[in-house]
Design a protein around this ligand. Structure first.
Ligand code: G3P
Length: 218
């Protein structure tokens, strides 16, 4: 299984409107056969992007609701129908109660969407591991968007997180994110046992996204 490099565009101004598609196309043109490079564009660009690029597209959020009277909700069924591969659930910038995370994972599994459940601590990893998502993404909020990578700041916790997930949900893969921006960060994450990384600002704000990705993945 190739490491997953999930580039979360968030809602940065740099990816507003049609700029998200421009970035998505540039990323999709970089060939890195040893990795699975996926993107999570702003929700309002999902349809446009999922139809135009061949790399896996993830939704930055989803609700567990199905068709019906659910004003403003993002339905797993619709996300799937747009051609998305998976979803991010409980991102640090879009937290959900534990019971809602469980319902959301169940709803996404029903639609055969890959699930990336974010967790900010070993304690939360312990709770969400029981939902057997495809991935758990460990992201300490204090390091998100910062200069120091999680791999430099918390190598010991990453190892603990890897072990914890292996023990509680052996088929779930651990990703890490926060401050990841260099090849060394990715290399270190994989060396510590993570199966991939989540990257936000460094990808969304890259001046030259192709160069960024080529240099990130060696
Ligand atoms: O989802 C990725 C994320 O929260 C990390 O953001 O900007 O630290 O790479 P960033």
């Amino acid at each position: 299984m190739k490491p997953l490099i999930l580039l979360n565009f968030k809602t940065y101004k740099e990816v507003s409107g049609d700029k998200a598609l421009v970035l998505a196309k540039k990323i999709s043109q970089v060939s890195k056969p040893d990795y699975t490079v996926a993107i999570a564009p702003p929700l309002l660009s999902l349809k446009q992007i999922a139809q135009k690029v061949k790399i896996p597209v993830y939704s930055q959020h989803v609700d567990y609701k199905d068709y019906g009277a659910n004003t403003g909700r993002i339905l797993p069924a619709e996300v799937k129908a747009l051609g998305c591969m998976g979803v991010i659930i409980n991102h640090s910038e879009h937290r959900l109660p534990i019971a809602v995370i469980e319902k959301t994972v169940i709803a996404c599994k029903k639609k055969k969407l890959k699930t990336v459940v974010c967790a900010q601590s070993l304690g939360v990893i312990k709770k969400v591991a029981q939902f057997k998502s495809d991935y758990i993404a460990y992201e300490p909020p204090a390091l998100i968007g910062g200069a120091i990578s999680i791999t430099e700041a918390q190598p010991g916790i990453i190892v603990k997180a890897v072990d914890l997930v292996k023990k509680l949900s052996p088929r779930t893969k651990l990703l890490v994110g926060a401050g990841v921006k260099k090849a060394e960060d990715v290399g270190q994450a994989l060396a510590l046992g993570a199966k991939g990384v989540l990257i936000g600002s460094a990808a969304a704000k890259a001046k030259d996204p192709k160069k960024f990705l080529k240099e990130l993945l060696i």
